[in-house]
Each structure stands twice: as structure tokens, then as C-alpha cells.
Design a protein. Structure first.
Length: 545
């Protein structure tokens, strides 16, 4: 049954904008468009996740969640798993993210031949162009951070909306060890409501289940908690449990979205003047390819290409005694001393503190008696995540299968991805630093683990100035189709070496201005508050002042 918050859309209604996908890119674009007074329909394949103590259950983590499904799985080349499921829910995969909300650094928008190689990847704008939208996104998501302690922090016009809490528990061990080694740890900026002046009244309980779980208290500021409820109250039509089968084209324009209701099997076509794809860096190129829209693009050979996902690894540290606060919040610290990319430094990446694996995943992935041994040891453990920027390679891609289809008749997506020697070398260097920090903090055993997920997937419909090699222009419009934009992580020409969600959010707000044909952000936007109405944003006169 549909959640009562979600209006049933009529396929006889014409919308100003139809958005496919309710994750960060779709929701933040909708935020600006609804503020501009446009009639917006959002279509989401998954259902609503209800919040409460059940979200803390071991079988609710990551792939164990009922919202992770193999219903329309991807076929994976070069991976021993062979196939990959998807998260399908209102809010998208960001419902399960850890809340880290880093801005990319200024140098990430500049040329870096070491990373770019022969791919031709280049940003069509600079950091200063997106900086106001970073601030707007931080205010919408109530990001908590500290501006003074990040040694690689980019310029910012305004402070963080809220202050990050003091480092505590196992993270304090990591902080002290990093300082002893001459590193410069800093507070992670987090889209989590810790209270503060712009809090929602649903403050974080510091429970330690951010990474991999839907937040039981709705304190994690992702689309289904921080954005969509407000937009529904202001006129957004959100249609869940609806599968987009294809985009319908007439000439150089999209004229409709062909959909199936997952519950009834009924078919509908929804129409609008403009369309936004925000189905993710795997889903959006797949939908463009399976709809045949790539044939209209001057960059048709680059549609689905240059897929990136960061070259990530975790080093877990095992301590001789249980850690104080071991069940509490670990994800508090960033170490960016080796970020690089300026003054001849090699481009490496960042290190972040992270929780031990969720107990449910430990039981699922470690067989028999070993899982009963490993689970109690989680209280003796903490981890450090290494994020290295990966090269944009044309060979890494998303394709539509010519032979296999899913239950809805959609061609299967086929994903190919391999890292380069440079990617792996950057990850090794970061993981060595992570292991040294854990050793200094007292960990007896340091266990490295390479990450194979596509949680940071970006780049498969990159923007750029060259229409022959960049499917999107600088406004995120899909070249060759007049009324189609893409606002998920597909747009990124490079992955940088920080979590991509805030950059996706900021670019979606920027792109929405082009979709609306109006300056929505102008001057200072008042920080939103859950408990009082915002001042109106007018499409002709800029923002509230």
C-alpha cells in the first residue's frame, strides 16, 4: 500500500518537470524547482522506509535490508560476484550512507594530468561557481562541521550551519594517535542533526549505526528525512513503487515517461515540459541507453563511459581490550594531509574514521563458529577508511544488454570497471598511513579490506565543454535532447577523493536554475528550519534575504 504522504499521480496531468529518482540529485533539484513555484512529479522505483527501533535490527544493514533487491540486478564484468543488486527506496541509496558531507577542494576542479590521463575529463566550471550552492546544500541538510581544523579546506563564504560535536569514544584514540604521528586530524562534516540552532528536533542519539542503516530516529539528513517531507507539504507529487521502463522521445525532445506500477502492474505515461534523470550513475546511463536517447547525442560513444567509484579500502584495528564507547559513534574524524594535487604533490586522497562491520553482516559473511567469535570482537575494533581518487577510463562503462532483460522487459545493465595501477598505488599509500595510525593508537592487529561496492559511483554521463566527448553540458543538460537534464553523480568528470553526495546536491541546485530558467539562488538564503516556515523563494527575484 502506498504511504499516505505520497499522492497518486494522474497520467492525465501535465507537469512542469518530471524527475526520475528520489535520491540526493533528484530531491535537491526538486527542492529548488518547488521553491520556484513549478509543478513537479517525482517518480521512485522503491517504497517508503518506516522509521523506528526496527531499523537497528541486524537484518536491516546494507545488503541485508529488504530494500536491497536483485529484482533488476546489474551484470558485472571483471568481478567474481557476477551481478549486483540495487537499493530501491524513497530517498535512494543515500538513506544508507554515513552522512559525510565534504566539499570538493578547489584543485579538484582544475587540471590534473596525473589523474585525467588521456580521458579528456575536465570540469566546465570552477569551485567559485559552485561554492554558493555548496552553502545552500549545507543549510538544507543542516551539515555540522568545523571550519577551522581542516588543513585542506576550500574557501567558504559562510560557516557550517551547525557545529560538529567534540570527538569522543574510539575516535578520540584515533585523533590522539594521528597527532602523535604529526598528522592533522579534523572533524568530519556530517549531514546529521546533533541539535544546534537549525536542528529538526530529532537529534542524533550517537548510536553508531549511520553507515549501512536507515536512521531509526530520522536524525541523519538524507532526502527522505530532510527534504521530501517538506516538499510534499509544498506541492511536490511523489509517486513511489513505480518502475520507469523507458523515456519516450519525439524528435529532439522527451515527450513522456513510460512506467509500470510495481503493485498493480498497470502501465502509465507521465508527461512534462522538462525532465530530470536522477537514477544514479548506473541507472541513468542505463535508462538513456535502453531508451535509445544516446543516438541523439554528439557524444554518443561516451554515454555510459568513464564510470568511477573511488579506489577505497578499510583497515580495521583490533585492540586487546574492549574500547570505551565501542558501540557509540565512530565516524567523526578526517585526515587529509595526503590529499595532494597541488604544488607538484601526487594526488592521493583522504582517510576517515569508520565503524566496525555491522553484526548482521558479520554473521552473514563469516560462516559458522567463526561468526560467533568475530561478533563480540567488534567491541575491540574500530576502522579507518581510505578514499583514493580513481582515473576516469573510457573502458569503465555501463551498457544495455542486447540479450538479457529483467521482469519488466528492460534490457539488463552490464557494468565493467577496473582500477589502474595508479589507483591501487594511491590506495596502498593511504592504507599504510591508516595502519600506522591504528598501530599508534594501540591496535594489535591491523586488517586491510578492499571495498568492491559502487556506493560512490560517478562519472558515466560526464559534463564538459567538448560536445564530442561530454554527454552533458555545463548546465547538466543532456546534449542532443532539448529538455532533459541529469542531476545524479553521473555528471561528475572526476571523482575527486571525498564523498560525492554534497557535490551532487550542490550541482543539482545549480542545474535546477537552468531547468527553471530562473535565478533561484541569489544573495544569502536563510537557513531552513523544520519547525517554522521558510521565506518564499521567487523565480524572478532570487532568494529570501
Amino acid at each position: 500500500m502506498r504511504n499516505r504522504l505520497h499522492y497518486r499521480a494522474s497520467d492525465r496531468t501535465r507537469y512542469d518537470v518530471v524527475i526520475v529518482g528520489s535520491g540526493v540529485g533528484g530531491s535537491m533539484a526538486a527542492y529548488a524547482l518547488v521553491a520556484a513555484g513549478l509543478k513537479v512529479l517525482m517518480i521512485e522505483r522503491g517504497g517508503t522506509i518506516h522509521r523506528g527501533p526496527s531499523n537497528w535490527a541486524p537484518d536491516q544493514a546494507l545488503e541485508l535490508s529488504p530494500h536491497y533487491t536483485m529484482e533488476s540486478h546489474y551484470l558485472i564484468r571483471g568481478d567474481d560476484r557476477g551481478r549486483l543488486g540495487t537499493f530501491q527506496c524513497v530517498g535512494g541509496p543515500s538513506v544508507f550512507y554515513g552522512g559525510v558531507a565534504y566539499r570538493m577542494r578547489e584543485q579538484d576542479f582544475c587540471d590534473c594530468p596525473e589523474v585525467v590521463g588521456s580521458s579528456g575529463a575536465a570540469w566546465p566550471y570552477r569551485y567559485d561557481d559552485i561554492e554558493p550552492y555548496y552553502g545552500w546544500a549545507e543549510r538544507i541538510l543542516r551539515v555540522a562541521g568545523r571550519s577551522v581544523d581542516d588543513v585542506r579546506a576550500p574557501r567558504r563564504s559562510d560557516p557550517y550551519p551547525n557545529r560538529a560535536p567534540d570527538v569522543q569514544g574510539p575516535a578520540r584514540l584515533i585523533w590522539n594517535a594521528a597527532m602523535t604521528l604529526g598528522l592533522s586530524p579534523s572533524h568530519l562534516p556530517l549531514a546529521i542533526d546533533f541539535g544546534g540552532p537549525f536542528g529538526s528536533g530529532k537529534a542524533c542519539s550517537m548510536c553508531g549505526t549511520c553507515d549501512g542503516y536507515a536512521c531509526a530516529t530520522s536524525a541523519k539528513m538524507e532526502p527522505s528525512t530532510a527534504v521530501l517531507p517538506r516538499l510534499i507539504g509544498r506541492g511536490l507529487t511523489l509517486l513511489s513503487n513505480t518502475v520507469v521502463v523507458r523515456l519516450l522521445r519525439r524528435g529532439g525532445r522527451v515527450e513522456g515517461v513510460d512506467c509500470l506500477d510495481r503493485e498493480t502492474g498497470h502501465r502509465h505515461v507521465f508527461r512534462g515540459d522538462r525532465y530530470i534523470l536522477a537514477a544514479g550513475a548506473l541507472g541513468s546511463p542505463h535508462l538513456i541507453l535502453s531508451s535509445g536517447l544516446h543516438t541523439s547525442s554528439p557524444a554518443r560513444d561516451w554515454v555510459g563511459r568513464c564510470l568511477m567509484r573511488h579506489c577505497n579500502g578499510i583497515v580495521f584495528g583490533l585492540y586487546p581490550r574492549p574500547l570505551e564507547g565501542s558501540r557509540d559513534f565512530h565516524k567523526q574524524i578526517g585526515i587529509l594531509d595526503q590529499y595532494g594535487g597541488t604544488d607538484g604533490e601526487p594526488k592521493l586522497g583522504c582517510i576517515q574514521s569508520i565503524h566496525p562491520p555491522p553484526p548482521g553482516l558479520v554473521r552473514d559473511r563469516i560462516p559458522g563458529v567463526l561468526s560467533r567469535i568475530a561478533e563480540p570482537l567488534a567491541n575491540h575494533s574500530t576502522g579507518l577508511l581510505a578514499i583514493a581518487e580513481d582515473e576516469p577510463q573510457k573502458a569503465n562503462r555501463v551498457e544495455a544488454s542486447r540479450s538479457a532483460t529483467d521482469r519488466y522487459g528492460i534490457p539488463r545493465a552490464v557494468v565493467t570497471h577496473r582500477y589502474t595501477a595508479r589507483d591501487r598505488a594511491a590506495r596502498r599509500t593511504l592504507m599504510r598511513t591508516a595502519a600506522a595510525v591504528l598501530r599508534e593508537s594501540g591496535a594489535w592487529i591491523r586488517q586491510p579490506v578492499h571495498i568492491k561496492t559502487f556506493s560512490h559511483a560517478v562519472g558515466s554521463l560526464r559534463m564538459g565543454l567538448d560536445p564530442r566527448t561530454s554527454p552533458l553540458d555545463r548546465s547538466s543538460r543532456f546534449r542532443g535532447v532539448e529538455n532533459l537534464w541529469v542531476t545524479d553523480g553521473s555528471f561528475m568528470p572526476r571523482s575527486a577523493a571525498v564523498n560525492p553526495s554534497l557535490t551532487i546536491a550542490a550541482n543539482a541546485l545549480l542545474a535546477a536554475e537552468h531547468v527553471a530558467g530562473a535565478r533561484i539562488l541569489e544573495g544569502r538564503i536563510e537557513a531552513p528550519s523544520w519547525n517554522r516556515p521558510e521565506k518564499a523563494l521567487h523565480p524572478t527575484g532570487g532568494g529570501s534575504r
